[in-house]
Design a binder for this molecule. Structure first.
Ligand SMILES: N[C@@H](CCC(=O)N[C@@H](CS)C(=O)NCC(=O)O)C(=O)O
Length: 219
């Protein structure tokens, strides 16, 4: 069994956080052909997305599906909360991060290079991100520190991954959306957790390097 992923990929980072929390060691490999757009990778996962779990002829896309499958297989410590309501809320929050926050954040990637940046597109995505953050804040556990309570889950991994980009795009794109206090507390708890602190620091440095280059790009 191995996971096809790339070090800079946001969703791969999300999955690596989950692996750290689970204390699970699974081989990580880049997509065959060097890119998730390669013809070789399309033969494995026709959706062409990373991360992808591969086990012989079996493959699985979608970070949440992969993490839940690893939990179901009993690989590493269970990540999802044992309490069924908390578990369902964790799924809901993770969907909100993916389908609302991340979906709008993604629209900003085409706006990072200053050349050709469209202020209206940035403003539209910023407004939608703000709305998603406000909604998320209402769903996060009031006592925390993590998304659904005392232990981290799917939603904490997704939130950390998306917010790692959001906080770095705020200044260069003059975004007004800010993570709320509950989300900030969950992120701080992840950053201070000895299982995930190193991965978060390494990824942040990688994103900083990537952004520095992109922000000075002329195309
Ligand atoms: N919802 C998916 C999204 C995965 C995704 O979009 N990954 C990006 C890299 S961070 C990708 O593979 N993009 C290639 C594409 O969409 O063509 C998940 O949770 O795994």
């Amino acid at each position: 069994m191995h996971i096809v992923e790339l070090p800079i990929s946001l969703y791969s980072f999300k999955l690596r956080l989950a692996l750290r929390l689970k204390a699970a060691t699974i081989a990580l490999q880049p997509p065959p052909g060097g890119s998730y757009r390669s013809a070789e990778f399309a033969l494995i996962n026709p959706a062409g997305t990373i991360p992808t779990l591969v086990d012989g002829a079996f493959w699985l896309a979608e970070s949440d599906a992969i993490i839940e499958h690893l939990d179901d297989l009993g690989i590493g410590r269970p990540l999802r909360p044992a309490d069924l309501r908390q578990r369902a809320q964790d799924r809901m929050l993770s969907r909100w991060v993916d389908l609302r926050l991340e979906a709008n954040l993604r629209k900003l990637f085409a706006q990072i290079a200053p050349a050709g940046r469209q202020p209206a597109a940035v403003a539209e995505a910023d407004a939608a991100i703000k709305q998603s953050l406000a909604l998320l804040e209402q769903g996060l556990d009031p006592d925390g520190p993590f998304a659904t309570g005392a232990v981290p889950g799917l939603a904490d991994c997704g939130l950390m991954a998306s917010a790692s980009w959001l906080i770095r795009l705020q200044e260069p794109l003059a975004l007004t959306g800010r993570v709320g206090p509950r989300a900030a507390r969950a992120m701080a708890a992840m950053a201070h957790d000895p299982r995930t602190a190193g991965e978060i620091g390494d990824y942040g440095a990688r994103v900083d390097t990537w952004l520095k280059q992109r922000l000075s790009a002329q195309d």
